[in-house]
Design a protein around this ligand. Structure first.
Ligand SMILES: *Cc1c(COP(=O)(O)O)cnc(C)c1O
Length: 338
């Protein structure tokens, strides 16, 4: 089976598992796991932030970040396709008593023109606009990434209005690969960043939030309160470190395969795709004559799996465990599809 449902399905490689067995571990609730301590600082340094905190999921990373940046009743501006808005079980309302203000952006991306009118005036009856939450790359937005000047513009707007910026960087690795932006740049445009090791990088578990020392200290306590205090997680930090070192460089190939795949899709009249929307490892395309579910079933009968992303829309996500050999097979099925 060739699994293009998501880049979260990647499994640990034998080399990664071997690295994990060598990890020196301790109890991280006591802050005595040397491997996780070292890795948190390594990631903080990489992104130009003061400190980092390993968390079990991207959802916890996003929710902890918003919790740190807001007070109950505050409002967070976000694109309507945002992960925080769609895929986190309503956590922002439940855990932080905040509300989200979804805006209709461009493939999941926000800009000054959209955000500025949504910033509330300062009347007693207005919620306090407190945070701009952006996603890079966008997931439901189809893998779009921000250019440097777009991020600078959002940060400038946030500064003018005394707002914080949270960056959901679940796929920041893909964004950096596609845009050429260096990691330390992101600390200049965001107050909190969450990054994931378990998407295209292929670690079995793990995300991290990056911010100031002060915020990360508070985040440790909230993480414990929310049941995310973990013990010998040097094992997981080692896997994540291995993923950053060895799998980050492979993302460019995923992007190339996504391009090749989308070109084949564009040549078959059974499908519709806007090739200019294929930026990274995620491909969204439509089926013309039938439903997405039907088309997915037909592909699945030939050993290729996708996920539906709307009644007529399918998402294909490329990752390093789909190689050129697999791609060849997929291209053949796409060509012969009718
Ligand atoms: C996957 C993802 C997350 C985090 O998901 P978890 O399953 O909680 O690790 C956050 N943001 C985006 C954009 C994602 O794609």
């Amino acid at each position: 089976m060739i699994d293009l449902r998501s880049d979260t399905i990647t499994r640990p490689t034998p080399e990664m598992l071997e690295a994990m067995t060598q990890a020196e571990v301790g109890d991280d609730v006591f802050e005595t796991d040397p491997t996780v301590n070292k890795f948190q600082q390594k990631m903080a340094d990489l992104f130009g932030m003061e400190a980092g905190l390993f968390v079990p999921s991207g959802t916890m990373g996003n929710q902890l970040s918003l919790h740190l940046l807001t007070k109950p009743g505050d409002e967070v501006i976000i694109d309507e396709t945002g992960h925080v808005f769609n895929y986190e079980s309503g956590a922002a309302a439940h855990l932080s008593s905040i509300q989200l203000r979804p805006l209709k952006g461009d493939r999941g991306k926000l800009n000054r023109k959209l955000i500025e009118p949504a910033i509330r005036p300062k009347n007693d009856w207005d919620p306090h606009t407190r945070v701009i939450a952006i996603e890079n790359t966008t997931n439901k937005g189809g893998g779009a990434y921000y250019k440097k000047n777009e991020l600078i513009e959002i940060h400038k707007l946030a500064d003018e209005h005394h707002l914080s910026v949270h960056l959901d960087g679940a796929r920041i690795w893909n964004a950096m690969t596609a845009s050429g932006i260096q990691p330390e740049f992101f600390s200049t445009i965001a107050d909190t960043i969450s990054i994931c090791f378990s998407k295209g990088l292929g670690a079995p578990v793990g995300s991290m939030i990056l911010s100031s020392k002060d915020r990360i200290k508070k985040a440790r306590r909230i993480r414990k309160m929310w049941g995310g205090g973990m013990r010998q997680i040097g094992l997981l930090a080692e896997a994540a470190d291995f993923a950053v070192e060895n799998h980050w460089p492979l993302l460019d190939d995923d992007h190339k395969r996504a391009k090749e795949f989308s070109e084949a899709i564009s040549k078959n009249p059974a499908f519709k795709i806007d090739l200019s929307t294929v930026d990274t490892n995620i491909v969204l395309f439509d089926v013309v004559g039938e439903t997405a579910d039907k088309a997915i079933q037909k592909f699945s009968d030939q050993g290729i799996v996708f996920v539906p992303f709307g009644p007529k829309t399918i998402r294909a996500t490329f990752h390093f465990q789909v190689d050129d050999e697999d791609l060849k097979k997929v291209l053949k099925v796409v060509e012969e599809y009718s």
